[in-house]
Design a protein around this ligand. Structure first.
Ligand SMILES: [Mg+2]
Length: 309
């Protein structure tokens, strides 16, 4: 019996100074066993895919349909684009949790599209979106090329159902896993006038071992920041608040010469998603911006980018 339970038996035969021959014997897997395994893979990944939005970018309709078919059992929202240009237009209008990007496409290929997205051409909110390359290239070439342009992973063509599910799930899971390790001992100030939002964000942040300080408006936030005993690594700042709003509070933090937290990373939170509103946040001195309702994963990802370890 194989000690790793992956095959039926392993044996080897060596000739001194010559060679070693390994023989691995596998049992034939019948359709019933494959169906059972498939059911398990789907059940194991239902939660990680729930309510996610994925953009599948491929010039070959049949390949897109195959991906859609494999992801059908999950509660996942899937959009399609035929090339890089179309993908960028879609990303400007929607927020995605991941992109599955064919590398070889006419008009704008997957590498060019990835570089454009990373440079902010699809909007500043999508610069760090996870991208999985999809390619028929040999593995070693695909790995080097996809990493170079900033992709998080790749899968080979023709697409295999289990590889597809595992690769996308790994991207979703990886974010959470790394973050939980990284944020231990960090402190985030949560500034929002809505109790329910503070409550849900506190719950999320504490799951990642982040210490949370709350403030219900800009005035209270500034008061906390001027307290000499305060430690704080990042601020999540609601933009619309009665009294001192998020934009004005940020301006005051950035321009107050005596402020210890003058350069602290500030992520703006707002229900507004149009470019003018987003530009106002950056002009006020915010480092980043998230549209409400805040996607938990996107928030954790942004915190990971800005927090100083
Ligand atoms: Mg508000």
């Amino acid at each position: 019996m194989c000690p790793f339970y992956c095959c039926k038996s392993i044996s080897c035969h060596s000739v001194l100074g010559g060679y070693t021959e390994f023989v691995l014997t596998f049992s034939v897997v019948n359709d019933k066993e494959i169906a059972k395994y498939r059911k398990k893979i789907i059940a194991d990944h239902l939660e990680v895919f729930r309510n996610k939005r994925i953009l599948v970018i491929d010039d070959k309709v049949v390949d897109r349909k195959q991906v859609l078919n494999y992801l059908k059992p999950f509660q996942v929202d899937i959009d399609e684009a035929g090339d890089g240009v179309e993908a960028i237009e879609r990303i400007k209008k929607n927020q995605y949790d991941a992109l599955l990007m064919n590398l070889n496409m006419p008009v704008m290929n997957g590498f060019e599209a990835t570089e454009a997205i990373r440079a902010g051409k699809a909007g500043i909110l999508s610069m760090d979106i996870p991208i999985i390359g999809h390619t028929a290239d040999p593995l070693y070439i695909a790995r080097a090329k996809t990493e170079k342009v900033g992709m998080q992973g790749f899968i080979t063509k023709p697409v295999q159902e289990f590889e597809l599910i595992r690769s996308i799930a790994a991207i979703f899971n990886l974010k959470y896993f790394n973050s939980a390790l990284t944020f231990s001992g960090m402190t985030v100030m949560l500034v929002d006038d809505a109790n329910v939002i503070r409550l849900s964000l506190r719950w999320l942040l504490e799951k990642f071992n982040i210490n949370v300080i709350e403030a219900v408006n800009g005035t209270e936030a500034l008061k906390h920041l001027r307290d000499n005993s305060l430690t704080c690594d990042l601020i999540l700042m609601d933009i619309q608040m009665p009294g001192l709003d998020g934009l004005e509070t940020t301006r005051q933090i950035r321009t107050d010469q005596s402020m210890r937290f003058k350069n602290i990373p500030i992520i703006g939170l707002s229900g507004e998603s149009d470019e003018t509103e987003i530009s106002k946040a950056f002009d006020a001195g915010m480092n980043d911006y998230l549209v409400k309702p805040v996607d938990n994963q996107a928030l954790i990802r942004k915190i990971g980018q800005w927090i100083k370890i």
